[in-house]
Design a protein around this ligand. Structure first.
Ligand code: ANZ
Ligand code: ZN
Length: 850
């Protein structure tokens, strides 16, 4: 046949791979192991081009590694819990489980059409009890190990969705889905103690050298490690004695509070102290001061996320209390309750140094506090601070024993002094908070706890796991259906047998994705994983996904792995050795005169302009943006596969753009990919040619391509591999029939097999191969054919340079002499006289002695 027909061939090869179990991963294989993983999808309904790009990249690596002799684990599953399923239940009256499982079936069929080399035998969905039941066991393990706590916490409460929102789900003070103004509420919540590993999680980022630098930085910032000084401020005692001067209102028995500073060098520049609105001192003072209580209530209404607090105007309330400065005898500082001090960072209290901190300066100007300068560059000592705090380097001034020191030395000096005198100590604090995992939602992992009047929170006995979600729930009213369920939560206490009730909160869905890669590696029925089998595969060699998961998902997965290591269940701490974050798939946007968005299928482009196909009306071509339903610039993978086949779609995903950059989808691009697939088919047929003879330049081009494509795939530079495949294809097409050409044609098939596997299999089979190209060995470049292929000779006559000549490297002496003697400049120089002697230094020089 002169054409490759994907409509017939794709499904045939997919069926063969499945029948032969080609991509099943054997944990017991003696081969070197490669775990290639793409972030598993949320089953939203349909595969989109972003998925296609992500999974094609992983597939190329997985297939290439197999051909290179590795035992490859390349699994797929479903991150199947989460809010959209509940929203579907509310909007369409379909059970979240039913909706989710139907989506999984549809998306699985789509993935199969793309011919990915996946081990479907290890497929998992996190919403099934045989996954989340094991997660419950791990939760209980963490509870036993002291890595789970229960505490009251202020949360962002969405009054419409009736749920707690993570800070990043609060946008401009409103719920991300409902748009309702978010309220602050105090709830008792379950927390995973990620802060127990904050230092390790920050420090070990350094070891992840196959991660993008930007992701490591984002994690580092999120963990927010700060070194500084923690010290105690003392308040006057209620009798009026103590360090305070004059009459101070007492603070309900609170005698002291701690502050944390990263700038102990600026301590002599302190002009006030401040505590958070939720600080015990603020609470104590508010009890006696109604105006303060009102101030606190007002701040609370203003939003609670760190980002919101940062943008709010700095406000405070003078408590009337004052504290003693630890280094200046007799000096006191007024104590404020301030809205910009966060309760859950450091100690929830600070000293303010307005000259060298912008927030403190804004605050000081507002409340007319002094602004003493204590750091300056030489010559600037007397320059007053205006509207901008000085945060640069310099020498310490106006600071007693610190004067003249640079900032870093002064920090050390103050910490040393505090430690020697016993009023403070050097410390490290982290911005990272414990991970609140309680969600007031149905569609998540039930937290395996039973609350008893007498016994408190009692773990569900292991024998009773999994705690399975009840099927019969309704979403007719807002709130958590588990809470309203008539029977599910009523159980006897496992400890004392009296009537008790189940925890009705479920786990944050990020817990599901925190260990799924371990379950992929090993999935015994009776426990979460088998240690030896998991360790045979882990860490994941290459993890690929969207940069939107650069912080939380990756951090939580790193934490979970570390927790398992801490509990002695796993012998590794970092789950992902290599990480790659791919760019988005984008498309032009189209809009008509009424400003409505139009799908690409309704638009015909004519050069730089476009018209609506139906009406002929002109269309405005808008920005190229991430494919999204709202802009209607979406191209459906199924439609593309119908028209062009899986290989063309895959090839286009790898061409054009470096994988970390955005890829602009275009019709011209997919058509080009289609043409290349057909070219490969035609070139493949040349592999049957039995002509003899060698073609050295083609052999060199072939081996350069082998070497280059191998490295490109290793480095995930797929667009470069694509470019090299084009080059090789052209070289083969231009060559004359010979043994080299046939070999190059067969080798090209193997080189492109990871990228366009269907046409590669079809062409491979048509050459008479009965075993799969997926099982063929990866081509290896011959180093001899990779060396520089030409050299430049200097040509001398009687020691004088007369000409140069570019000749194939290693050319035989006879041929060198013959070529040189034919050079016009040389014949002229010799003037018809044959040279007496010809000296040849191979690959470098020829000297003719006349
Ligand atoms: C005095 C000082 C002087 C400060 C100065 C800075 C500059 P990072 O780097 O983010 O760790 N701080 C401490 N706890 C706080 C809290 N709970 N809420 C708001 N601010 C808090 O920031 C540490 C600095 O942030 C600390 O150092 C403290 O202000 C403030 F010239 O102490 B500093
Ligand atoms: Zn009990």
């Amino acid at each position: 046949d002169s054409r490759f027909n994907p409509a017939a061939a794709d499904a045939r090869w997919q069926a063969r791979w499945e029948a032969e179990g080609t991509f099943r991963a054997d944990s017991a294989s003696p081969k070197p192991k490669s775990f290639v993983l793409e972030m598993f999808p949320y089953p939203s309904g349909r595969i989109h081009m972003g998925h296609v790009r992500n999974y094609t990249m992983g597939d190329v690596i997985a297939r290439a590694r197999r051909m290179q002799g590795h035992e490859v684990l390349h699994p797929m599953g479903w991150d199947a819990f989460g809010m959209p399923a509940e929203n579907a239940a509310i909007e369409r009256r379909v059970h979240p489980g039913e909706w989710t499982r139907a989506n999984i079936a549809a998306m699985k069929a789509q993935l199969k059409r793309l011919g990915f080399a996946l081990d479907w035998s290890r497929e998992l969905a996190t919403c099934e009890p045989d996954y989340y039941g094991h997660e419950q066991a791990l939760f209980l393990d963490m509870l036993d190990a002291g890595l789970v706590t229960r505490k009251d916490a202020w949360v962002n409460w969405d009054p419409v969705d009736m749920t707690v929102l993570a800070n990043e789900q609060v946008i401009d003070g409103r719920g991300w889905r409902s748009g309702a103004p978010v309220e602050r509420r105090k709830l008792t919540q379950w927390f995973l103690r990620i802060t127990a590993f904050a230092g390790e999680l920050a420090d070990d980022l350094k070891s992840l050298d196959a991660w993008p630098e930007k992701v490591r930085l984002m994690q580092e910032n999120w963990i927010g490690k700060s070194q500084g000084l923690r010290f105690t401020f003392h308040l006057p005692s209620p009798s009026g004695e103590g360090p305070g001067v004059g009459e101070s209102p007492h603070a309900n028995g609170i005698a002291a509070f701690d502050v944390f500073t990263t700038r102990p060098d600026t301590l002599f520049g302190a002009s006030f102290a401040a505590v958070a609105i939720d600080h015990p001192l603020a609470t104590a003072c508010a009890a006696a001061q109604p105006l303060l209580a009102a101030f606190i209530a007002e701040c609370r209404a203003g939003g609670t996320s760190a980002a919101e607090i940062e943008t709010q105007e700095k406000k405070g309330f003078d408590t009337g209390l004052s504290v003693a400065h630890p280094l200046i005898p007799g000096r006191t500082l007024p104590v404020f309750v301030a809205n910009f001090v966060l309760m859950d960072y450091g100690t929830g209290a600070i000293f303010g140094c307005p000259a060298h901190d912008q927030r403190d300066l804004d605050f000081a100007r507002k409340y007319m506090l002094p602004v003493p300068r204590v750091v300056a560059e030489v010559g600037d000592e007397d320059t007053p601070i205006a509207d901008e705090a000085y945060v640069g380097p310099g020498r310490i001034i106006n600071s007693d024993f610190l004067n003249g020191l640079d900032v870093e030395s002064a920090k050390r000096a103050v910490i040393a002094r505090a430690e020697a005198e016993g009023w403070g100590q050097g410390t490290t604090v982290f911005r990272l908070r414990d991970w609140g995992v309680s969600r007031q939602r149905y569609w998540g992992t039930p937290i395996p706890i039973i609350h008893c009047q007498d016994c408190g929170a009692v773990p569900v006995p292991r024998a009773d796991l999994p705690v399975v979600l009840p099927q019969d729930v309704s979403f007719d009213v807002p709130g958590n259906p588990l809470d309203r369920h008539p029977t599910w939560k009523h159980v006897p206490c496992p400890a004392c047998g009296t009537p008790a009730r189940r925890e009705t909160d479920t786990l944050d869905t990020f817990t599901n994705s925190s260990w799924y890669f371990i379950r992929f590696a090993s999935q015994p029925a009776d426990r979460p994983f088998d240690r030896a089998e998991a360790e045979a595969w882990l860490p994941v060699g290459q993890y690929i996904g969207g940069v939107e998961h650069a912080i939380l998902h990756l951090l939580y997965a790193r934490f979970w792995t570390r927790a398992l290591a801490h509990m002695g269940q796993l012998g590794l701490t970092e789950p992902f050795a290599g990480l790659f974050t791919q760019g988005m798939v984008t498309h032009e946007t189209y809009s008509n005169a009424d400003g409505q968005w139009l799908e690409p299928a309704l638009v015909e482009k004519r050069g730089d302009t476009a018209v609506e196909i139906a009406s002929g009306a002109p269309i405005t071509i808008g920005r190229t943006e991430k494919m999204s339903k709202s802009k209607k610039n979406v191209v459906d993978p199924d439609a593309i596969i119908d028209q062009f086949g899986a290989d063309a779609a895959r090839w286009f995903m790898l061409s054009d753009s470096p994988p970390e950059r955005d890829l602009a989808w275009s019709l011209a691009g997919i058509e080009g990919a289609w043409r290349f697939v057909q070219r490969v088919w035609r070139i493949g047929a040349l592999g049957a040619d039995t002509s003899s003879g060698e073609d050295l330049p083609l052999a060199r081009a072939l081996h350069r391509a082998i070497d280059g494509i191998t490295q490109d795939i290793d480095r995930l530079q797929f667009n470069k591999a694509v470019a090299r495949a084009y080059e090789l294809a052209t070289a083969i097409e231009r060559a004359s029939p010979c043994a080299t050409r046939a070999d190059a044609a067969r080798t090209l098939l193997r080189l492109v097999a990871p990228m366009i596997p269907h046409v590669a299999e079809e062409a491979w089979a048509s050459l008479g191969n009965t075993s799969l190209i997926a099982n063929a060995p990866w081509p290896v470049a011959d180093p001899a054919l990779l060396v520089e292929d030409s050299v430049t000779y200097a040509v001398q006559v009687n020691g004088k340079l007369r000409d140069t000549a570019t000749l194939p490297k290693g050319l035989a002496r006879d041929s060198v002499e013959a070529t040189i003697l034919a050079l016009p400049k040389i014949t002229a120089a010799l003037n018809g006289v044959a040279p007496k002697k010809i000296i040849v230094v191979p690959d470098r020089l020829v000297n003719l002695v006349a």
